[in-house]
Design a binder for this molecule. Structure first.
Ligand code: MN3
Length: 219
């Protein structure tokens, strides 16, 4: 088995592979090393290279991934799928970690209680959204413009930052429910995988992302 830091995008593209912040086996037994290796070094590498090809020579080649997501429309399928894939996976790797899980604390925990009733109610609703997303996609916890938390599910690699396809919200937590994310270990039991995902959520990272949405811009 290789190492995440050895996986490189094809030379000359706008976006690089960002190494996983942990080893392939760090999330075991909840997410197995082989799944992580294939997911990162094959699927995620594919999104990265295909994104670079899709934006090469266009006005998207020199802007941030967030700006690409804001600009992309429904018809630009190569960018929609691959910019989504690139951003969504980097986000997903970041909000997981070894010896994590449990429950959040601080302001993000207060917001979850306020907007969902309790952490247990949030977990049920998030798991439901992830489990019921038909086919491939993602479940998200997002902060709306009004500061309220909500859960949404998106198909394929669609992302809440894609305002031109009718989505909105700043993501602070996400789970990948494509079969490639869980099939080796969980087969058709997506709900068991989502349950296991809760054992690897890095709530400190989620809290950081939540805090960033609460910053009042300097006038
Ligand atoms: Mn995936």
């Amino acid at each position: 088995m290789g190492k995440p830091e050895d996986v490189k995008a094809d030379a000359g593209g706008s976006f690089e592979m960002i190494a996983l912040p942990y080893a392939y086996n760090a999330l075991e037994p909840h997410i197995d090393a082989r799944t992580m290796e294939i997911h990162f070094s094959k699927h995620h590498l594919g999104y990265t290279n295909n994104l670079n090809k899709a934006i090469a020579g266009t006005d998207m080649a020199n802007i941030s991934i967030e700006d690409i997501l804001k600009k992309v429309d429904a018809e630009n399928k190569a960018v929609r799928n691959n910019a989504g894939g690139y951003y969504n996976h980097n986000f997903f790797w970041e909000i997981m970690g070894a010896n994590k899980g449990g429950e959040p604390t601080g302001p993000v925990a207060d917001a979850i209680t306020k907007d969902f009733g309790s952490f247990a109610d949030f977990k049920t609703q998030f798991t439901d959204a992830a489990t019921k997303q038909f086919g491939s996609g993602w479940a998200w916890l997002v902060v709306g413009k009004d500061g309220k938390l909500s859960i949404l599910a998106t198909p394929n690699q669609d992302n809440p930052l894609m305002t031109k396809i009718g989505l909105s919200g700043t993501p602070i937590l996400a789970v990948d429910v494509w079969e490639h994310a869980y099939y080796l270990n969980y087969q058709n039991k997506r709900k068991d995988y989502v349950e296991a995902f809760f054992n690897v959520i890095n709530w400190e990272k989620v809290a950081e992302k939540y805090a960033a949405t609460q910053t009042v811009p300097v006038q």
